[in-house]
Design a protein. Sequence first.
Length: 331
Amino acid sequence: MKKISTVTSAFDDRYLWPWAISMFSAHRHSTVTFDVVIGNVNCELSPNAQALALEILGALGIRGSVVDVEIAVGSFTRHQWSESVFGRLGLMDKLADAFLWLDADTLLRPGWSEVFRAAADAFQDPSSIICAVQDRQQTRDRLRGEGSNQAFARTGENYFNSGVVAVEPRRWQTSGFPQEWVRLVAHQEELGFEYPDQDALNYLLWDSMALIDGTYNHIISEPLNGAERVLHFAGFPKPWRLEGDFKEFFIALEVLNINRPTHQLSGGGHAWEAFVLYWLEESLFEAFLASELSRDSHDSFLRARTSNLMKMSRAEQLKLGVLRAASKKIR
C-alpha cells in the first residue's frame, strides 16, 4: 500500500489566516506525521506571506515548502476566488507523489488523518486518479435541475466537491490531463461550469475517481452529527471575517431563521454550530501565536486577520439593537 503523507494547499494573502488555522487544527488532531506543500500560483502569495506561512509550520514542527506554480488561465476573479483556485490542478501537473489537497477554509477535527489510509486503499485500483467526497445533495439537486453543467452531466450523482481530495499526480500526468484542463477552463462558460476547478476535475475524471466517506469533507451548511472529521466552510460568510458584534448578529439571525434558510446569512440551517467550533479553534491558535512566535510575526498574523474582517452596515447594527431589546423583554 502506497503511503500518502503530504498535504497541499494554494492561496493568496487574503487566506493566510484561515489556512494557518487549518494547519493548526490539522496538527492538533493528527495521529500521523505529514509535511506541507504550498502552491504559490502566479506569484499571488507575497514573499512576506510565504515567510509567515513557513514560520507557522516550523513552530508546529511541520516540514513545509513553497512551490511556484505558473498557470496560463489569464486574469481570473470570481466570487472570493482568484487564480489560486486552480492551485490543485497546477500541483497535480507538477508534483510526482500522491498528496492530499485541503482548501484553506477547512477545519480539521479528530480522526481527519485517517483519510490518508482511505485514499491509499482507494489508489490500489490503478484506474483511480482522485479520491473525493460526493458534493452535498443541495448542490447536486440544483445542478441536475439547471441541466446546463456538462461536468455534472458526466459525473451525475458521483459529482464530487474538490475542497478535500487525494490525487495520484503521475496517473493524471500520463493521461494527458495537464493539457486538457487548461483548454476546458478556456471554454468553461459554454460548458456551463460554475466551479471552474471542481467542474474541470469532475468533467475529466468522471470514470477515474473513488468516493470516500462524507465525514472527510462536510459542508457546514449541512446539519452536524458529531462524526465530522473535516469541516468545510464553503460559501458565505467566512467565520474568520466576523468579530465582536458581527458574531452576535450572525448567530442570532441563524438561530432565529433556522427553518427559513433564505433569511439566514449562510443560507443553511446549521452553519452557526460549525462557526462556534471554528471560533474555539481560532482562540487556541491566537494563544499559540502569542506564545510561540516573535512579536513581529505575531503582529503580522493579526494584521492578516484584521484586514479581512467584515464591517456591519448601519442596517445590520440597527437590527442587532432591535434583537437585543427584544431579548430583554423576553427575560
